[in-house]
Design a protein around this ligand. Sequence first.
Ligand code: ADP
Length: 172
Amino acid sequence: MKTKLTYILGDITTVRVDAIVNAANSSLLGGGGVDGAIHRAAGVELLAECRTLGGCKTGEAKVTRGYKVPAKFVIHTVGPVWHGGNFNEAELLSSCYRNSLLLAQSVDVKTIAFPAISCGVYGYPIDKATTIALETVIKFLKERDEFDEITFVCFDQEILEVYRKIFKKYRV
Ligand code: ADP
């Protein structure tokens, strides 16, 4: 695999990559958590562009410019709300990663950073979500290994430790 996979502790709004991924809600009009942080950091122009997009379905992704964040693009994806695991959550979460990567490649992004989609207010169990994140990314890269670096940004120590374990398990 040419693409380098990394995980870091940090705030995704400050990461210097071509694109950051936003764990948005389906309105794309802002919210709490990482969504709120990205809108605050990018400024009101981001919201103005989001208003033109007509929302986004769970598992899908849409792209905007990054405005005042260092990243050139923000890829907005809507993670599933965790309802216990029998409501297609795993497939939908996997689709978020896959569709974000596809969209990123379509605008020639080489470096991209993901937050832990659905692991905040949407309640997805972190160990399950990180496994899906890494498995989906690895599977994607087996078909299209065209990035330079994919970074998982962990907002707290707990998620960082889970990524550390899962990276070890998958030897990446
Ligand atoms: P969701 O609604 O998809 O659960 P949240 O924003 O509530 O989205 O949480 C997703 C993850 O993003 C959580 O792990 C949360 O700790 C993390 N997070 C919150 N703010 C930031 C940030 N500025 N940078 C990176 N990750 C963040």
